[in-house]
Ligand binder design. Structure first.
Ligand code: ATP
Length: 242
């Protein structure tokens, strides 16, 4: 299938004797908004870090749009953006310098970066802060800036680790709007979250992890919800049984 943007095959991660992730396999296609769900310690962040190449898997392979993250790291990295749980803000840079810095890593010039970032800066109400030091921003402002910076190189896939944590209600709504528009344009998102209501409203598919094991890979739509009740009910049933 040509529209597989992410292919993860049998990813495995040990921390000493702890098996944090056990044979995680999943494909993500263009146009999918996929929730990565699971209790604390289930292995969500470890999975995302292996997918992005930040953490070398003990075993397994990852490819983005056909580019293997180990064999073709530069081409693979161009295919995705990553919003980490803790925004990776660089000390002393202003918000706009940070956006330009990240864009520069993908070969995007400063003028283009500013033009592409502008709608997000406005949407996230960062206009007044954008020429101030970003390491002094609040956590929520840093999250918004990190997302903006990761969208400027126009990746086909966005990986986001609990991106709405710390956002105010307006920021949460605007981030969800951003995600919907981005996916409607033919891209895809893998989003780790504990907010099951949000996942139910936003995602068309969920991956449910528990104790490092992928328990379920489930398409969710109105007829599925009609059959199973809320995603929260389904999640509790599954994760409490396993
Ligand atoms: P949360 O929802 O709390 O953020 P998570 O699903 O993202 O959790 P991970 O952070 O991936 O879970 O952790 C999975 C397991 O691996 C946990 O038992 C955690 O304690 C362990 N772990 C994570 N990182 C390390 C590390 N660097 N060294 C040792 N153990 C780790």
């Amino acid at each position: 299938m040509t529209n597989v943007l992410l292919r993860a095959d049998e990813l495995h991660q040990n921390y000493g004797s702890l098996v944090a992730v056990n044979n995680f396999s999943a494909n993500i296609h263009a146009g999918e908004l996929v929730g990565l769900l699971g209790p604390n310690g289930a292995g969500k962040s470890t999975t995302l870090r292996m997918l992005t190449g930040l953490l070398q898997p003990s075993k397994g392979r990852v490819a983005f749009n056909g580019y293997d993250i180990t064999d073709d790291p530069i081409d693979a990295r161009r295919q995705f953006g990553y919003v980490a749980e803790q925004p990776m803000i660089i000390p002393y840079l202003t918000g706009i310098e940070y956006v330009e810095f990240v864009a520069g890593m993908y070969g995007i010039d400063g003028k283009t970066a500013k033009r592409r970032a502008e709608p997000y800066i406005e949407r996230f109400h960062l206009t007044d802060a954008i020429h101030k030091r970003a390491d002094k921003y609040s956590h929520g402002m840093q999250q918004k800036l990190a997302l903006t910076a990761q969208l400027v190189h126009e990746p086909r896939l966005l990986l986001a680790d609990e991106p709405t944590v710390g956002l105010d209600p307006d920021g949460t709504v605007e981030m969800q709007r951003t995600f919907r528009e981005y996916v409607a344009a033919g891209n895809s998102i893998l989003l780790s979250t504990h907010l099951l209501d949000m996942a139910e409203g936003l995602c068309n598919r969920v991956l449910i992890l528990s104790n490092g094991i992928l328990l379920d890979d489930q398409l969710i739509d109105d007829s599925w919800l009609h059959q199973h009740g809320t995603l929260q009910d389904y999640f509790f049933k599954l994760t409490r049984e396993n």
